[in-house]
Design a protein around this ligand. Sequence first.
Ligand code: GTP
Ligand code: MG
Length: 512
Amino acid sequence: MVNEQALRRALAIGEHHLPAEVMGPAREALDRLDERARLEPERTVVALIGATGSGKSSLVNAIAGQEIARVAAIRPTTSRALALVSGGGAEALLDWLEIGERAEVPGEEGLILLDLPDVDSVIVAHKATTQRLADAVDVLVWVLDPEKYADAVLHKEFIEPFATHGEVAFAVVNQSDRLREEDLRAVVADATALFRSYGLPGDVLVTSARTGEGVDALRERLLQIARQRSARAARATADVARAARALRQAAQGSHATGSVSSEPIVAASARAAGVGIVARAVQGSTIRAGRASVGWPVTRWLARFRPDPLKRLHLDREAPSELVRTSLPGASPIQESAVRSEAYRVVDGATAALPQAWRATVNAAMDERVDHTLAGFDRAIAGVELTAPGPRWWTAARWLHWLLLGCAIVGAVWLAGLAMLGYLALPEPGLPMLGPIPWPTALLLGGVLGGVGLGILAMVAVRARARRVSQRAVARLTAAIAGVVNERFTTPLGRELSEWNEFRSALAEASD
Ligand SMILES: Nc1nc2c(ncn2[C@@H]2O[C@H](COP(=O)(O)OP(=O)(O)OP(=O)(O)O)[C@@H](O)[C@H]2O)c(=O)[nH]1
Ligand SMILES: [Mg+2]
């Protein structure tokens, strides 16, 4: 049965999110239907239900055509359920129904007729027995009598709760012989209106167990129902629909929209994960590498004495790897709680449509998810490609530096040679001139000033590049963090929401 499968689906989901007292009745209903389907599924169990003295036992006898059930003027009379069985063999079913009193009657095997205790006498056990059996049998026949046809207990506890069961229940106004024609019509009209007001079809037969009026029609109708063999399935469908509706009532909520914005969590997570620290280290490391490469050769070796900030963080690897831990300091309590509070806000907003109990389970699950998310950042960062190899102009600048330095050295050696000649009072050869400046001086000054100038210019470019590399690293790191947030938080939250939506649609399907 389609709606039964839907209810099972809903229960399988809901059991993790709703308390047992909410899920219990639906689970019990399904268990009952399973049991019933195993026991004599081809037979139809019909129970007569009504107030004491309405004539249930008398009707059972009239239908059977023999005095089997005890009928008496003392109230109440019937204290235990009695089953009228034809063709025998229904022991397991009757055991399950806990009916000890059984009578074999001639007739068609498909119908098992039950005479039940009353629902309104002072003996509480009677009502309990009837309640239990009303939940378990296939077809209900409400037996009304002309005086108590609107009895409150019968209507509130045995008719209204079965308002969804119009296909497997109908009413009989008995003792028709005690009323005049027009009074009887008024009673039937009134009873019909009452039934309709509950949403039932208002299907009312008239009988008299005393005169036999309407008894044949009632018997024929019951046999007809039994022959069709569809009452059990119809009852199951009605029970499932009722359980599904009750569950919907108990777990009220609306469709949860899947749109979960993870941006604020990613931003807080990026801070907690130390993206800023890494970005600064990337910038520092790029500048250091630049200085070592294109700084003025005379002073550039000093750069090597400065520690590489990425090395300190254990992030100075050639190839990034998620298998290695970084030495990042980890999130501060404030940063961590910022992530948590963003996560709460997101969960809170996303679960607004869910019932309170369900929400609590999602909150608890997502709480753990936040821990798991925080724990994933370090590896994600370790897996990000942070730095970039030096650009080609660095090589050109290096050559230029050596060239300038070479010029300065040539100039210096030349000048030193000239000084030595002067010192030794040897005649100085004529100096070639570059405009007003002698060549060796021009070489020395040009080489030194050019080298320092080139170093300064190159470092300006290196710094600009370091900013760009750092920005790119931030983007990559943020993407890696977002990946963790998405995998460990947003996607699971989305799954939680779709579970709720699935539960709702399964229940909607089950209540049809
Ligand atoms: N006049 C009249 N009396 C009836 C009719 N049906 C039953 N009675 C009488 O009503 C009284 C109660 O009948 P029962 O059949 O014992 O009623 P019941 O619904 O089984 O009552 P409990 O077992 O106490 O719940 C008896 O005295 C019957 O003879 C009927 O159609 N007409
Ligand atoms: Mg009786």
